[in-house]
Design a protein around this ligand. Structure first.
Ligand code: HDE
Length: 704
């Protein structure tokens, strides 16, 4: 087999094989870093039992100095993240548009590493804060690494990269007291927003449910900029990249996110890790919006403006391939922390446009890796190493891992047989003709900031709009300066008058008397999460409350009915260990109820069994579980005597199953049955769970 065909057969493992050389299991005898064996690592070398420590204790000094240097600077943005390996495969050759090898060969599985992140918080901040999520993918292609460094929102806060430090300084904790951590709800961000109206479209996304994803596995990704594909004939096509999760796009609710931040600050990171460990691999479809160059000026916005989308109804997203994440990293620091993404890591067939935000990023990402990873050899770190051959005349520098041989490290040379030589299939930059005077001025075509913010608002379902208004009220309500609040309301009046009024009413600002501009009334259904995948319960987590006296058979049947569709049931009980069941048998509790909370689950179910129900009905924690799940619009169910627990919980009037009922009763997304009707309950519950949440439920009065 030639090298190429061998690579084709198992290219998906090429990165894994390469990493294998560097994996270290720390097996065998304890040694120093020079390999000298050590027989005591508990006591330092001292003069006498109570005397001073000696400088000559090289083991002590090495151990301590290494520890002292364990930290590297965290990323200035996107510091907190979680990563995974996987592979990508294109459905059909895209050679009409691009010569990128990994996009032209449907038989090829290209290894990938993906890092998801929040933006504003520090490395140790909570996962479920209101923020943009990073979605960065490194494709280890045979032609070199390609990095698609995107976000879970399709637009950005600013149009020109020179504003990035201003924006980031505004959103980060305020510099005098470093408060608040990982929050956008403070004066400096909203001060910036009010004064910089290009932020408005992105602020609508940030105030929407997109900013609080249920899971990294249920989140869209976007390349944001308009990029350029280039085919073998050198012809360009504009492209916007989209990732669509196969599980659909789903979010948490605000109250829930704040509670999770305390109960399990690693919620999204854990969710990704656990799903991969369970073999429930996250999958995303890559899509492209392709725009012929002849249509560059066919839109009512500038394709180079990263604060604008191309509505999917105008240019559809063509599905082109699928990515599966199927392996957790071995070591967080080595891989997830040291992975170095860069928008200028491109391969032949993928090129840039003159989007000024993208151009700035092409400078920034290399620069940032140099400081973060300590010098110019960061590409040699195992997670960053391409599977493609690397050969050039770059030499030396901190942390150089290669032992370059020979006398020549220059080009051209004859003494080194002319190597490395200029090979075939090189990267050739797209030949765009550009001319103009040197100016520092924003293009006129970048100056309209409101109409797509309005488009986004118009596209939301009723519940999404309610959440958005509540988010604006919360965030602005946290701002102490009245002028900051007022200016933002004035800006919102340019998006939609009713929105500005509703927000103003919640934050003590006089609502604007009249609209600034009429709402254009256009919408784009693809922007609403109400129109996402709503037919799968795969990997959803269900808390099943049970106590001593539970009906074990009923629990087993419920668990099996959910497992059949990939949903997971955990039995939570007032105490850990085994429960004594109704028939005198044993049922293992998966966790004690007090170690968990309803906010960590997608749904809550109460088991049958008279003894169990009596205990749970008198347990405030169990009642809170049920009420809180109801409050957060989650599916709730109760089986047989478990229904009595629901009637004791502080819920609005609810129709539940009565003795003698033959089927399941469904009211406000709460499913109950007594005796017969269990099978119907499973089916109804699954249907509601697949719908993610019961948004039309009245929850305001529930005290949870
Ligand atoms: Fe980034 N961004 N960014 N960004 N960005 C970084 O690079 C920057 C922008 C994004 O998981 C940094 O390695 C500038 C848009 C992600 O490691 C830094 C500008 C989008 C990640 C940087 C932008 C992103 C980063 C910090 C304006 C969505 C995390 C650490 C011109 C398309 C990657 C690092 C990871 C990280 C600079 C704007 C996404 C400082 C100057 C737009 C997902 O280089």
């Amino acid at each position: 087999m030639s090298d190429i065909s061998r690579d084709r057969a198992d290219a998906g493992d090429a990165k894994d094989r390469q990493l294998q050389e560097r994996r270290d299991d720390s097996a065998g005898a304890l040694t120093t870093n020079t390999g000298v064996r050590v027989d005591d690592t508990d006591n330092s070398l001292t003069v006498g039992e109570r005397g001073p420590t000696l400088l000559e204790d090289f083991h002590f000094r090495e151990k301590i100095t290494h520890f002292d240097h364990e930290r590297i600077p965290e990323r200035v943005v996107h510091a907190r993240g979680a990563g995974a390996y996987g592979h990508f495969q294109v459905y059909e050759s895209l050679s009409r548009y691009t010569r990128a090898d990994f996009l032209c060969d449907p038989g090829l599985r290209t290894p990938v590493f993906v890092r998801f992140s929040t933006v504003a918080g520090s490395r140790g901040s909570a996962d479920t804060v209101r923020d943009v999520r990073g979605f960065a993918t490194k494709f280890y292609t045979r032609e070199g690494n390609y990095d698609l460094v995107g976000n879970n929102m399709p637009v950005f806060f600013i149009q020109d990269g020179i504003k990035f430090p201003d924006f980031v300084h505004a959103v980060k904790p305020e510099p005098d007291n470093e408060i608040p951590q990982a929050q956008s709800a403070h004066d400096t961000l909203w001060d910036f927003v009010g004064l910089q109206p290009e932020t408005l479209h992105m602020m609508m996304w940030l105030m929407s449910d997109r900013a609080v994803p249920r899971s990294y596995r249920m989140m869209q990704g976007f390349g944001v900029h308009t990029f350029r594909l280039v085919n073998a004939r050198g012809e360009g096509t504009f492209v916007k990249f989209h990732w669509k999760p196969l599980l659909g796009t789903h979010s948490l609710v605000w109250d829930e996110t704040q509670k999770i931040a305390g109960k399990d600050p690693d919620y999204n990171r854990r969710d990704l890790w656990d799903a991969i460990e369970r073999g429930q691999y996250p999958e995303y479809e890559l899509g492209m919006q392709l725009v012929p160059e002849s249509d560059e000026f066919a839109f009512d916005f500038d394709l180079l403006d990263a604060t604008k989308i191309i509505p999917e109804e105008v240019v559809p997203v063509t599905p082109v391939g699928r990515m599966v994440l199927d392996r957790n990293p071995d070591n967080f620091f080595a891989e997830t922390e040291q992975v170095a993404f860069h928008t200028a890591h491109v391969v032949p067939g993928i090129d840039f446009t003159n989007d000024p935000l993208l151009q700035a990023r092409n400078f920034s990402y290399l620069d940032t890796q140099l400081i973060r990873l300590g010098g110019p050899n960061f590409q040699q770190i195992p997670v960053n190493r391409p599977v493609a051959e690397v050969s050039n005349n770059q030499r030396d520098g901190y942390g150089q891992q290669k032992v370059h041989r020979g006398r020549t490290s220059y080009f051209p040379n004859s003494l080194g047989a002319g190597c490395p030589f200029l090979g075939e299939g090189p990267y050739t930059h797209y030949q765009e003709k550009v001319e103009g005077a040197t100016i520092r001025r924003r293009s006129e075509s970048f100056k309209e900031h409101y109409s797509q913010a309005t488009l986004f608002l118009n596209s939301l379902a009723g519940w999404e709009r309610e959440h958005l208004v509540a988010a604006f009220r919360f965030e602005l309500g946290k701002c102490e300066e009245l002028t900051v609040r007022e200016r933002v309301v004035e800006r919102l009046n340019h998006v939609d008058h009713a929105l500005a009024v509703e927000v103003a009413q919640g934050i003590g600002v006089t609502p604007p008397a009249q609209e600034a501009v009429p709402n254009h009334g256009r919408s784009s259904p693809a922007l609403s999460q109400a129109n996402t995948v709503l037919d799968s319960v795969h990997s959803r987590q269900i808390a099943l409350l049970a106590a001593d006296g539970a009906d074990a058979g009923g629990v087993d049947r419920f668990r099996a009915a959910m497992a059949e569709h990939g949903a997971l049931v955990e039995v939570l009980a007032p105490h850990d260990g085994a429960l004594t069941t109704e028939d005198g048998g044993a049922l293992a509790a998966d966790r004690a109820m007090n170690t968990m909370a309803s906010v960590l689950y997608d749904a809550v179910v109460v088991a049958g069994g008279g003894g169990s129900a009596a205990t749970l009905a008198a347990d405030g924690l169990a009642l809170h579980f049920v009420a809180e799940a109801f409050k957060h619009a989650k599916p709730v169910a109760a089986i047989d005597e478990g229904v009595d627990v629901l009637t004791r919980a502080p819920l609005p009037p609810l129709r539940t199953a009565r003795p003698g009922d033959t089927g399941a009763v469904v009211d406000q997304g709460v499913v109950t049955c007594r005796g017969a009707g269990a099978a119907e309950l499973y089916a109804e519950f699954r249907r509601i769970l697949a719908g993610h949440r019961v948004w039309d439920r009245e929850v305001a009065s529930v005290p949870a």
